[in-house]
Design a protein around this ligand. Structure first.
Ligand code: PEP
Ligand code: MG
Length: 545
């Protein structure tokens, strides 16, 4: 076929995307001091970057207002105000004019000076603003450098190309503008891949992206079935893919007929089919795809989206909104699971040799109890407004569960004293370490349910880093060791009356749906866009044969 430039990669979600290519540039690129001659033009550049920054911030404010409530959204207003600060503006313009330097350098210097000044202040509130000065200055620098950050993508939807995207970067993106993700690194179970599935858009990893400056802005096609990226496709290729895209849409349309139908096999075996979410905004997708509940709310994304610890009120409002929108359907909130690939700056965590096996998830929560209690209070308060369950990540011992229960008892006693209403919620744990699998008989006595996190369980069982692109080929999601573990957990859970589900990516693998049903799973929680496909699969199975 024609003279197409084709780059190959591994697909992490099928589908076809056709659109302009946009290269994501990391925000923390170094700022160089460059001598300029036209200082007026440089001041003008600064002014127009500031204007764009303000537009971005007001967009972020609106978005945060809807997703995480007013208290959390306020920070974006504060940032807009900082941009109008006279001293700051004067410092930048003077530096450009007097020292004849580029705007990026002037902003970076002003940022350093002002943030140091704030950091040295007596007042705690003012001291904390030092980080905001840096943040808002980095935004301007990114705009000056032409980096894409959220709404700077422009009005057009694009195919986003990047070396890699960390969860803290994807939360900033205006996702309605992204048609597809294409990354050089990343892996099948990285959170960018999970995000692509939630968004129901094709995504490729392991694409050898070179000379990105040359392809930036060109027209492209992502074939999420074959794992290919076409740059400047010829007419023939383009029309072939436009046709495929139309067919995809028709298939999607047919799946819609499964809405409202039961998840039942031909011989009458039923299973709950829930969906995974990372933010309040994802609930729309859950409802659109007719999931029976939310099987995993990755609550850490509230922390990733925030510039500082989300308050109890902000969290309460997010959980309550989800519970209310789900209108009587179950919502399983997983408590904070940060660390490893999900880093949050304001937690100020030390660099670790081996973060996947490090200070993360429940380990942080049991160590920094005040953070954990704030979240538990918010969840319990929200429980009054719907059907909420709580589950805990990365459990390795019965002792941890007992400690968690003690903290829950403290939280409930506090709420009782304060007269705040809550319900007694179901308590579950994630089974995502081999240790938890092996003692699942003991753990089952302590909880109401198990949800298996196959993403982490596979990485810890096979000793294969789920983030390492080099190991993609040997990462075998169907490894017999993992499948045997799944069966053991179901049996041990059922013996003690626990229900057992899967919330890792494997739950959506339709080549295993029959195996899961035969093992006796009670629930599968999958990315919203896969709910109807898994339902279709279930309805075609006959387990009596
Ligand atoms: C898992 O590990 O399978 C899981 C569902 O959690 P996460 O992907 O967020 O680590
Ligand atoms: Mg996990």
């Amino acid at each position: 076929m024609g003279n197409n430039m084709v780059l190959e990669g591994k697909s992490v979600f099928g589908g076809i995307a056709i659109g302009r290519l946009a290269v994501y540039k990391k925000k923390d690129t170094q700022v160089k001091r460059i001598k300029i001659t036209d200082t007026e033009a440089e001041i003008q550049r600064f002014a127009s970057a500031k204007k764009t920054a303000k537009e971005q911030l007001s967009g972020l404010y609106e978005k945060a207002l809807k997703e995480v409530g007013e208290v959390n959204a306020m920070i974006f207003e504060v940032h807009q105000m900082m941009l109008d600060d006279l001293d700051y503006n004067e410092a930048v313009s003077n530096m450009i004019q007097i020292q004849e330097v580029n705007a990026e350098f002037a902003v970076a210097s002003a940022s350093d000076n002002f943030s140091q000044m704030f950091a040295a202040m007596e007042d705690e509130y003012m001291r904390e603003r030092a980080a905001d000065i840096k943040d808002v200055s980095n935004r301007i620098i990114a705009i000056l450098q032409g980096a894409i950050d959220g709404v700077t993508i422009g009005e057009e939807q694009v195919i986003l190309l990047a070396d890699d995207l960390a969860p803290s970067e994807t939360v900033q993106l205006d996702k309605s503008k992204v048609l597809s993700f294409v990354t050089k690194y990343g892996s099948t179970n990285s959170h960018t891949a999970i995000l692509a599935r939630t968004m129901n858009i094709p995504a490729l990893i392991g694409v050898d992206l070179k000379n990105t400056d040359e392809i930036d802005g060109k027209w492209g096609i992502v074939d999420g079935y074959q794992g290919a990226l076409y740059v400047e496709p010829d007419e023939e290729t383009l029309s072939k893919y436009e046709q495929m895209k139309r067919e995809d849409e028709q298939k999607r349309h047919l799946l819609q007929e499964l809405k409202g139908k039961e998840n039942i096999t031909l011989d009458g075996t039923k299973i709950n089919l829930y969906a995974n979410i990372g933010s309040v905004a994802d609930v729309a997708n859950v409802l659109k795809n007719d999931a029976g509940g939310i099987g995993l709310f990755r609550s850490e994304f509230l922390y990733l989206e925030s510039k500082d610890y989300p308050t109890e009120e902000a969290q309460f409002s997010a959980y309550k909104t989800v519970a209310e929108r789900m209108a009587g359907k179950k919502v399983i909130i997983r408590t904070l699971d940060i660390g490893a690939d999900k880093q949050v700056d304001y937690f100020n965590m030390d660099k670790e040799e081996n973060p996947a096996m490090g200070y993360r998830a429940i380990r942080i929560c049991l160590d920094r109890k005040e953070i954990f209690k704030t979240q538990l209070r918010a969840i319990y308060r929200a429980s009054y407004y719907g059907i909420i369950s709580i589950m805990f990540p990365m459990i390795i011992s019965v002792q941890e569960v007992k400690q968690i229960k003690e903290i829950i008892a403290e939280v409930k006693a506090e709420l009782d004293r304060e007269g705040l209403p809550y319900r007694d919620v179901e308590i579950g744990i994630m089974i995502e370490t081999p240790a938890a699998v092996m003692i699942s008989d003991l753990l089952a006595k302590e909880v109401d349910f198990f949800s298996i996190g196959t993403n982490d369980l596979t990485q810890y069982t096979l000793a294969i880093d789920r983030q390492n692109p080099k190991l993609e080929d040997i990462y075998d999601a169907h490894h017999e060791a993992v499948l045997r573990m799944l069966k053991l957990v179901v049996d041990n859970g059922h013996k003690e009356g626990c229900w057992v589900g899967i919330c890792g990516e494997l739950g959506a693998d339709t080549t295993l749906t029959e195996t899961f049903l035969r093992m006796g799973f009670d629930e599968l929680s999958v990315t919203p866009s896969m709910v109807l496909k898994v339902r279709e699969k279930i309805r075609g199975l006959d387990l009596s044969k």
